[in-house]
Design a protein around this ligand. Sequence first.
Ligand SMILES: [Zn+2]
Length: 360
Amino acid sequence: MDKQLELLKQMTDCNAPSGFELPMTNLMQNLFDDLNIESIRDNTGSIFGVRKANSKHSLLLLGHLDEIGFMVTEITKQGFIKFTNLGYWSPIVMTSQKVTIHTRDRDIRGVIGGKPPHVLSADDRNKVNMDNMFIDIGTTSYEETVASGIRIGDCITPYSEFEVMENPNFLLAKAFDNRFGCALAYEVLRDVKNPKISLFSGAVTQEETMSRGAKTAANLVNPSLAIALDVCFDALTPGMENEGNAKMGSGPVIILSDAWNIGHVSLRQYIVDVAEREGIKVQFDHLTGGYTDAGHVAQSNTGVPAVTIAVPTRYIHSNVSMMHREDYQAAVDLVTAVVEGLCDGVVEKIINQTYGFGSK
Ligand SMILES: [Zn+2]
């Protein structure tokens, strides 16, 4: 496995659901420390590496540290675990999936149990409900489960390990949403040459639970511009043909709009110009349902021009997800070139929305 695959494996195998991001905060901190790069955190655990420039303006580049998961709410007499969700899960992708329960001292494997299909009535098969689900760790009583160290409030993550697929461009792992963004923020911070504006590059907490970390991080950094990194759908997946225009393997995606943000028009035009200049193929999409961290940053302070750059990802918000390595690499190249091209003058044109309208 080469260094980039090792990085993506390290990021996606890390277990850190919303509200429990500390393992990811620490992982990012260690990576920044290894590069001898200064870093800052807010009080929720959002963390950014800092490359200071002698400039008036700054760019915030943000992925999110958290992944979707669960939390223990009850241990039954028979030793089964009842749970609530952290972030958005559809019950149809949950049953029979392996999970890891993180106690104070150790990790314990479990499986989200359910009835075998043989005994499900036709009606039951259509009625999958998280409230009826339970996690089985292979114990027989309340006492035995408690003796394992599991307590009410422990967090739970999906279990599946990073793998390279048949075509080595296809990567399978849990939590590409949004550990690809964390990896990308790190690679750009490491590789960017002579930034002419200050760069704050890292990732925030609790995106999957209404984008809370983006608010506190925006207060901390007070950026001039922001680029959020997140996943979008893949229209090549069977059944997804009408759910957007982005296709896996066809490059990074500029999000025109989502539920909480309209991509800032001048920042978007600047990104498109950089992509054209660098010969990087980009796609465009709009998210009718979801949101990204761009929305809260855009509404912080007196307003921050913000755009989301996405990578098409299959099977998001389940135990596994799939990403195309060339899309990831092209996103790294694009964002690196975007950062290198920014100076105070360009930032001011973007803020004033004169960039892209006859006055590049
Ligand atoms: Zn997500």
